[in-house]
Design a protein around this ligand. Structure first.
Ligand code: SF4
Length: 211
């Protein structure tokens, strides 16, 4: 990956860190398991919607064991509004059962172990590692990170895995977790999918605007 992109990535991080001094995962959670559930629910759904659902959900199912033994239709009803609720409910129950069987109810802190859990892909695993354990083994590429990385010329790829590979070659490892949070926040607030507000964007002077 060229030096130009490395320099651009550094500038983006510096500018966005001024705008968002404490970037964090937007999904409300109190422990790694709740973050895992919220992340599974966030597939094809907004974080805002997930945050509307999870408080009541975690009250109804307070522990991993509660999820492992959940009545499926009851769980489906509780997460219905996040979409794809049947699949998500099935995965959450299977994931809870696997955690109890293989890890004594603890969330493993490695990418390889996490991606072997039901319903957990590379993106979900990276969210858990970065946010719950402060470990960066990859870069979370969601719809915002993908869109902004392309617009800002950090990748020409469309496939999330390839985008992640480009970003991992461009961005210093110590920024991997923060970088995703920053792009997600900026993507929601300014560089939106339909109407990027380039005129008032803090990155306007350095962004190639590949819209
Ligand atoms: S200048 Fe425009 S395209 Fe570039 S990051 Fe800002 S809003 Fe997005």
């Amino acid at each position: 990956m060229c030096m130009k992109n490395k320099k651009l990535a550094k500038q983006i991080i510096t500018i966005l860190k001024k705008k968002f001094p404490a970037p964090e995962c937007a999904l409300i959670h109190n422990n790694p398991w709740q973050l895992l559930v919220a992340t599974i629910l966030s597939a094809q759904c907004t974080d805002k919607r997930v945050n509307m659902v999870t408080p009541a959900l975690f009250k109804k199912f307070p522990t991993i064991a509660d999820f492992a033994g959940a009545n499926l239709p009851e769980l489906e009803k509780a997460i219905y509004s996040t979409g794809f609720f049947r699949n998500k409910a099935k995965n959450i129950v299977a994931c809870a059962q696997a955690l109890l069987e293989k890890y004594a109810g603890q969330i493993p802190a490695s990418l390889d172990e996490l991606v072997n859990l039901p319903g957990v892909g590379r993106k979900t695993a990276s969210v858990i590692l970065g946010t719950a354990f402060g470990k960066a083994e990859g870069i979370v590429v969601d719809t915002h990170v993908a869109r902004l990385s392309k617009r800002m010329g950090l990748t020409a790829e469309s496939d999330p895995l390839r985008i992640e590979r480009d970003l991992m070659q461009t961005i210093e490892k110590k920024y991997w977790v923060e970088f995703s949070h920053l792009l997600i926040l900026h993507g929601r607030e300014c560089c939106t999918a339909r109407k990027p507000d380039c005129e008032s964007c803090e990155l306007e002077s350095i962004c190639p605007r590949l819209l």
